[in-house]
Design a protein around this ligand. Structure first.
Ligand code: NAX
Length: 329
């Protein structure tokens, strides 16, 4: 049996970077056949159709079928995995409330369509921004599906953080483990190195030898660099992160299905862990066990870390309040 994967915004940049890697087996491995459903809005259909032609020309052994549509009922039909990439970007002069309202108009109906048409085991990853609150809206709109089936992508932030630590220590990135992201996928996020290791040794000890005052380095260099990396990419590349975002989305969905042997990060629904208000979609350190994300519990957060987590969670609360004020939740 093939796995059906729906990609929204498939005619866009990240969609283009995702499709061919999925067809090549990077998400589900070399033995699992895939059926792709590309969901777009009418303006994006031609680009998605073009990508479908190229998928055809790729003659991928694992690719059984490609469907391109602008109808959510068809787009989510039978989906086992859904990668929600398409979102409304912030336009010039657009206030946050307008942005949230525009995206509620996308993720509310998509959540409903997923509940009605996707497979019973569907797992949803929201990439389109504001990802955490979009995931919250989709989950709240998907009657009958547990909120645990909806997640927001913060894996790119984690990958950026691990890569920055590796560079600072002049160590291979593969040697760096446990650098979770807490809170919102936004500039308030808290990338946390306090439990991280480099080849099994505490990263904090290794950093102290390299950067001097670690707290100053974290505050002035590391955290701003990670949190503003998206803007840096736009400045240097002239376009937002695409391949690295697609890579992170594939890693997130792959780990969800196939499990992890250590912590990673994902925006998942809070049940009150670490004092994060219940129902918010916040990033936490997580493990994937038997197809479900589990929040890593019992970690110490000192006062400084606590304040950072709280600030990012406060932003998520504000976003939820703004969406509630629109009558969406
Ligand atoms: P593009 O503008 O290239 O593509 C977006 C595509 O979505 C377009 O083809 C558009 O027609 C389509 N679309 C819009 N509304 C839709 C709807 N209701 N249903 C189906 N399709 C719809 O943007 P791209 O560079 O691909 O980025 C996509 C999203 O990813 C943006 O919201 C962006 O902010 C977000 N990102 C999230 C990241 C994360 O880590 N969570 C990192 C990368 C990226 O910034």
């Amino acid at each position: 049996m093939a796995t059906t994967i729906t990609i929204t915004g498939a005619g866009g940049q990240i969609g283009y970077a995702l499709l061919f890697r999925i067809a090549a087996g990077d998400l589900l491995g070399p033995d699992e056949k895939v059926r792709l459903r590309l969901l777009e809005i009418p303006q994006g259909l031609r680009a998605a159709e073009g990508a479908a032609l190229e998928l055809h020309d790729g003659a991928f052994d694992l690719l059984e079928h490609v469907e391109v549509t602008d109808d959510a009922a068809i787009g989510f039909h039978g989906a086992n995995l859904a990668l929600l990439v398409g979102a409304r970007p912030r336009g010039p002069g657009m206030e946050r409330a307008d942005l949230l309202a525009a995206n509620a108009g996308i993720f509310g109906p998509q959540g409903r369509a997923i509940a009605e048409h996707a497979a019973a085991d569907v797992r949803v990853t929201v990439i389109g921004n504001p990802a955490n609150t979009n995931a919250l809206i989709a989950a709240a709109s998907a009657e009958g599906l547990p909120a645990e089936r909806f997640t927001a992508l913060t894996r790119l932030d984690e990958n950026r953080a691990r890569a920055q630590v590796a560079a600072a220590l002049d160590a291979p990135v593969s040697s760096i483990r446990r650098v979770p992201i807490w809170g919102n996928h936004s500039a308030t996020q808290y990338p946390d190195v306090s439990h991280a290791t480099v080849d099994g040794r505490p990263v904090l000890d290794a950093l102290a030898e390299r950067v001097g005052d670690v707290r100053v380095w974290l505050e002035q260099t590391f955290i701003p660099r990670v949190a503003k990396r998206g803007a840096e990419i736009i400045e240097v590349r002239g376009s937002s992160s695409v391949a690295s975002a697609a890579n992170a989305a594939i890693e997130h969905a792959r780990d969800w299905v196939r499990g992890t042997d250590d912590w990673t990060s994902a925006g998942v629904v809070s049940h009150g862990e670490y004092g994060v208000p219940e129902g918010l979609m916040s990033s936490f350190p997580v493990r994937s066990v038997d197809g479900e994300w589990q929040i890593v519990e019992g970690l110490e957060l000192d006062e400084w870390a606590r304040a950072r987590v709280d600030a990012s969670v406060a932003e998520l609360v504000e976003e939820r309040e703004a969406v509630r004020a629109l009558g969406v939740l």
